[in-house]
Design a protein around this ligand. Structure first.
Ligand code: ITT
Length: 191
């Protein structure tokens, strides 16, 4: 099966490609000539993932999937959540991370989780796959791998942030890897 991945985030694309290997072929938006700004206006990861995959399916007719994801910080009432990509009002991750650290201040409860929801559209059917990883937020950035909030996030049971891990190591434990493994398993047993 061939699926378009409805994302403009190349880090997501790399991570997903590494996890699925050659189990199915992923087409990028560039490969199908789509340069649209895909709307994303929901209040939940589910709603946004669904909005992205439905947009692509309805407009172009491709079987496809979309990833909506973000960081939920317990002491901030699960912010930034669906606003993770634009927490400071811009997509500038330096600013987004600074704002998160500022809002958390010296708070000792630094529990957080990353969540990914994938919406798969095959024909009219839609299926959801979710992945979560629990961890905690550091007092400063550590590491320069990964993307987004990775320099702040240490998964439970580990001492290094996602940004201090190799891509392969992050890909064995991340929220995205968990969701993508479920997607791959579904595709394998269904097609
Ligand atoms: P698309 O909508 O085009 O897929 P996006 O970057 O806008 O790309 P989201 O709306 O799902 O994606 O926002 C997710 C944000 O959450 C992302 O920009 C990061 O800031 C953060 N995020 C998600 N997964 C992450 C990860 O594995 N590591 C670090 N930060 C992550």
């Amino acid at each position: 099966i061939e699926l378009v991945f409805a994302t403009n985030n190349l880090h997501k694309l790399e991570e997903v490609q590494a996890v699925v290997g050659d189990q199915f072929r992923i087409l990028t938006l560039a490969e199908i000539g789509c340069t649209d700004e895909i709307p994303e206006t929901g209040n939940t990861f589910e709603a946004n993932a669904s909005q992205k995959s439905s947009y692509l399916y309805d407009k172009y007719g491709y079987d496809c999937f979309a990833d909506d994801s973000g960081l939920e910080v317990l002491a901030l009432g699960n912010e930034p959540g669906v606003y993770s990509a634009r927490y400071s009002g811009t997509r500038d991750m330096q600013k987004n991370i600074d704002l998160l650290l500022q809002r958390l201040g010296n708070q000792s409860d630094r529990r957080a989780r990353f969540r990914t929801v994938i919406s798969l559209r095959v024909g009219k059917a839609e299926h959801f796959f979710e992945g979560t990883v629990e961890g905690s937020i550091g007092f400063e950035r550590r590491g320069d791998g990964g993307f987004g909030y990775d320099p702040l996030f240490t998964p439970h049971g580990h001492s290094r942030t996602f940004a201090q891990m190799s891509a392969a190591e992050k890909n064995t434990i991340s929220h995205r890897a968990i969701a993508v493994a479920k997607l791959a398993e579904f595709l394998k047993t269904t097609y």
